[in-house]
Design a protein around this ligand. Structure first.
Ligand SMILES: Nc1ncnc2c1ncn2[C@@H]1O[C@H](COP(=O)(O)OP(=O)(O)OP(=O)(O)O)[C@@H](O)[C@H]1O
Length: 515
């Protein structure tokens, strides 16, 4: 019986090692040669979600709930899972394989999930919407372009000066407003840092930038990318700052943790892997020939991306180079509105597992995920001067952004049907909009009077998105070692019970027989 029980536990651990690729840390971040943790590991890390078998109906949802099925064409590893270690030797006991239960709190009923209280309403949290208005560019200033947007950071208000056109001004209030003079650091500290703290508590969180082309989405999300580990440049965006923040906290807590990342691009409704391994490099020159990945339903309203590579990382430096690598692979083009316009949406995800010991010495693993999404900009094809390929791209981009707008409207109006399925973008963002993730939207606008119409559209959608309510849930798993300990205890008890029973029946038999 015990053998049967253990046999049931083991496949859970091994099945997690199918699709994660581990890259060797760069020499600067590698542990010292004497450190046992440097023993070459063939670990592929840990899959935070159960294998996405549609028939099993495992509930995963959208970007924050994405899981990745093994791609049979990729190299797969055989043999028992080896531990995935954090770099410091004293943390060696954390093994990805330790997580025995894969379910989130709601599915497994393990642990407690309380944010503000116990009932559903208390657990709800509004999507946070912050507004950023970029400064006029040097060219715009030279051309004396008038500013038609005024920001009041203290009152959290942004006003569109329609009075320039003899109409009433329009004012919108957001959770935070960042005017043209605001710095990258302020945006990160006020809008994103709290969300990153939540990721380390085991929440799935999403930050996405949304707005017209050329308004500063990529600048806000990426900014100046880090070339190497060192001081963050003042123009570093949300992504490098979040990476630094995560490692700073984990190091300060001396936590046992494991981490992996994925980076995907959604272009013309096709998903490609921006971190695809070198064997795909022949496709790099011709971006149109890059293999596309399929987005599948998991049977419970979530999505699954087949074959997306998960890369195990050990240091901020490694993530910076992956970010750099991935973003240079992204499709960009010179348009009339932006010299380097992103022609695709991108999703960079960091999966973090942190081991925590609760009162009563119970070991749990908190599994948080941070999705950093840089959407392509909506654009007026007439004004951007897009033709042929660019016009088609713009059409596809506008289509997916339109669906995003319809999803926001449906959620705000509490419609029975939310059209998530109408575009891949909304399928990916499903969990972040109305699902169990915590979400922050950074809406970006330009102050240029020439873009007033588009600015009003962005403000209108962003304002509506403030009313979307999510139901955030902590994901935590019981360590496998704890589960095994519990099993052994139960077995021991059963053995004792059995021994007591047999000695009792033997003695009563003997007793009866002796008469
Ligand atoms: N807050 C800001 N401060 C200084 N420069 C900025 C700011 N926001 C954007 N820019 C500059 O404006 C230009 C356009 O920004 P960016 O490429 O980030 O726009 P985008 O919204 O991502 O556009 P697209 O949707 O076309 O990709 C860039 O040159 C960027 O450096």
């Amino acid at each position: 019986r015990s053998a049967r029980l253990l046999a049931r536990v083991r496949p859970l651990a091994t099945s997690k090692f199918q699709n994660t690729r581990k890259r060797r840390p760069p020499s600067s971040s590698r542990p010292s040669p004497k450190s046992p943790s440097r023993i070459p590991q063939r670990s592929r890390g840990f899959r935070p979600n159960p294998p996405p078998d549609p028939s099993s109906g495992v509930a995963l949802g959208g970007v924050a709930g994405m899981a990745h099925t093994p791609n049979p064409s990729r190299r797969s590893w055989v043999g028992p899972p080896t531990p995935f270690l954090t770099p410091r030797p004293e943390r060696r006991e954390l093994r990805w394989a330790e997580a025995g239960s894969h379910s989130s709190v709601r599915r497994s009923g393990v642990g407690a999930c309380s944010i503000n209280g116990s009932n559903d309403r208390d657990r709800e949290a509004n999507v946070q919407v912050v507004l950023r208005c970029r400064p006029l560019s040097v060219e715009e200033q030279k051309a004396n372009v008038q500013s038609a947007v005024s920001c009041n950071d203290t009152k959290r208000e942004v006003t569109v000066l329609n009075s320039l056109f003899k109409q009433a001004d329009k004012t919108f209030t957001f959770d935070t407003v960042f005017g043209p003079k605001s710095q990258q650091r302020a945006i990160y500290d006020h809008a994103v840092a709290p969300i990153v703290d939540d990721v380390l508590e085991g929440y799935n969180c999403t930050v996405f930038a949304f707005g017209q082309t050329g308004t500063g989405k990529t600048y806000t999300m990426e900014g100046e990318m880090m070339q190497q580990v060192g001081e963050l440049p003042t123009s570093a965006g949300v992504m490098p700052r979040a990476v630094r923040h995560i490692f700073d906290i984990l190091e300060a807590q001396k936590a046992d943790y494991s981490m992996k990342v994925t980076f995907l691009e959604l272009y013309n409704e096709e998903i490609t892997d921006l971190l695809a391994s070198e064997d795909q490099s022949r496709f790099l020159e011709d971006r149109h020939k890059r293999p596309t990945l399929s987005l599948m339903e998991d049977g419970k309203g979530g999505s699954v991306i087949r074959g997306l590579e998960e890369i195990v990382v050990y240091s901020p430096g490694e993530i910076y180079s992956l970010l750099q690598h991935g973003s240079t692979r992204r499709r960009t083009a010179d348009t009339a509105l932006n010299m380097q316009s992103s022609r695709s949406h991108s999703v960079f995800s960091i999966y973090i597992h942190v081991k925590v010991t609760t009162t009563g010495n119970r070991e749990l693993i908190k599994c948080g995920r941070l999705n950093l999404v840089d959407l392509a900009g909506s654009e007026s094809i007439a004004r951007s001067g897009a033709k042929e390929v660019r016009a088609r791209e713009a059409g596809e981009l506008n289509k997916s952004l339109l669906t995003l707008g319809r999803v926001i409207t449906a959620l705000v109006e509490d419609s029975v049907h939310v059209p998530y399925r109408d575009s891949k973008l909304t399928r990916l963002l499903r969990e972040s909009l109305g699902g169990k993730a915590k979400t922050c939207i950074i809406a970006t606008v330009t102050p240029s009077v020439h873009c007033l119409e588009e600015t009003l559209v962005t403000l209108d959608y962003a304002y509506r998105a403030k009313s979307i309510r999510n139901k955030p849930e902590v994901n935590q798993k019981v360590c496998k070692s704890v589960m095994l300990k519990d099993l052994y205890k139960k077995m021991e008890k059963m053995k004792q019970g059995f021994l007591q029973f047999s000695s009792y029946s033997y003695s009563s038999h003997y007793h009866i027989g002796s008469h």
